[in-house]
Design a protein around this ligand. Structure first.
Ligand SMILES: [Zn+2]
Length: 233
């Protein structure tokens, strides 16, 4: 193979590396975005907080209505023992009212316990979530530094490859180089292939003898029959 043609394969080696470095950078950027699930944990925490507030609201409602009913019963009792009751009918009505309110209190009382238990459970979950966030934040500080470092080193490697590529490219035919770049970006990694047993190593198509001769005698890489890459001996 002529020196000129070898150069294209050298460039392709750098490009292949660049592509793999870029893939690694994308994976790192994904991790930087995920932040070890911190955002998700914070959302979960605020959801738990909302649930606690909901239960506390219910708790306040229950306690208020128990208190109101108890006060009402006390007032009725005061009335009954005040000596102002004129007849049995009036007394009976007041006793019915007391019974209704007493029943209301005894019905709602177990709910008070249930809500209180819910709140205790939720506070436990909240505390765990908070600990997990603190722990993850600690870990994330180091992880983020590590990821930035890795990203920077990969970017530097890419820069190095680009400058090596430039040095070689300067010596080559601009038109062929453009073809190579186009094929590389279309195929996502192969701009030039080698002739191997009369086949193009990138498309694996067996080439006719006349074309093989043309490739072998050419000083420069030429477009393969597949039309998707350059080919050289
Ligand atoms: Zn081909």
């Amino acid at each position: 193979m002529s020196e000129e043609n070898l150069n294209y394969f050298e460039i392709q080696k750098y490009d292949t590396e660049i592509l793999s470095f870029q893939k690694e950078i994308s994976a790192i950027e994904e991790k930087l975005k995920e932040q070890m699930g911190l955002e998700e944990l914070k959302q979960k925490l605020s959801m738990i907080q909302n649930k606690i507030e909901e239960q506390e609201k219910i708790q306040r409602k229950i306690l208020t209505s128990i208190k109101e009913n108890e006060e009402s019963i006390n007032n009725i009792n005061t009335t009954i023992y005040s000596g102002k009751i004129r007849n049995n009918k009036e007394l009976e009505a007041l006793q019915i009212e007391i019974n209704t309110k007493t029943e209301f209190i005894s019905n709602i009382d177990p709910k008070k316990q249930i809500v209180a238990n819910n709140i205790i459970k939720l506070i436990g979950i909240k505390e765990n979530a908070e600990l997990k966030i603190i722990d993850t934040e600690d870990k994330w500080v180091l992880e983020e530094q590590k990821l930035f470092k890795q990203k920077k080193s990969l970017s530097q490697k890419i820069e190095l490859n680009i400058s090596s590529k430039k040095n070689i490219s300067a010596k080559l035919d601009k038109n062929i180089l453009n073809l190579y770049e186009n094929f590389l970006s279309i195929s996502g990694g192969v701009g030039i292939g080698k002739l191997e047993n009369n086949k193009c190593s990138s498309c694996k198509i067996e080439l006719p003898n006349a074309f093989v001769e043309k490739i072998k005698s050419s000083e420069n890489p030429i477009i393969c029959n597949c039309g998707k890459s350059l080919i050289s001996e």
